[in-house]
Write a protein that binds this ligand. Structure first.
Ligand code: SF4
Ligand code: SF4
Length: 90
């Protein structure tokens, strides 16, 4: 069977011209690690690359740059991420 080399591009959040963009959020994703099954769908779909993939495939959220779009919560099939209004827990 012929083998092919697959090249992918992975971006990382970084400080841009607008600075730390996390303060744009109205809603923030809240992760329940007890529900997470490490499928990495949120990591793949986050348009801002602000889902952090850990070595054990658990995930964290980079709130410095997350803009609160909610895509991660939509694609999580086990409900491990829910969107909450900013400031709700403070
Ligand atoms: S809310 Fe949007 S930007 Fe923030 S972690 Fe989820 S998918 Fe990424
Ligand atoms: S999509 Fe949900 S279950 Fe999958 S890694 Fe992200 S938080 Fe965990």
């Amino acid at each position: 069977m012929k083998k092919y080399n697959v090249v992918t591009t992975i971006s990382y959040p970084t400080k841009g011209a607008m600075g730390k963009t996390g303060n744009w959020r109205v809603f923030k994703p809240v992760l329940d690690k007890n529900k997470c099954v490490k499928c990495l769908r949120c990591w793949v779909y986050c348009p801002e690359a602000t889902i952090i993939r850990n070595k054990d495939d658990s995930v964290d959220i980079d709130y410095e740059y997350c803009k609160g779009c909610g895509i991660c919560a939509d694609v999580c099939k086990v409900g491990a991420i829910v969107m909450e209004r900013e400031g709700k827990r403070e």
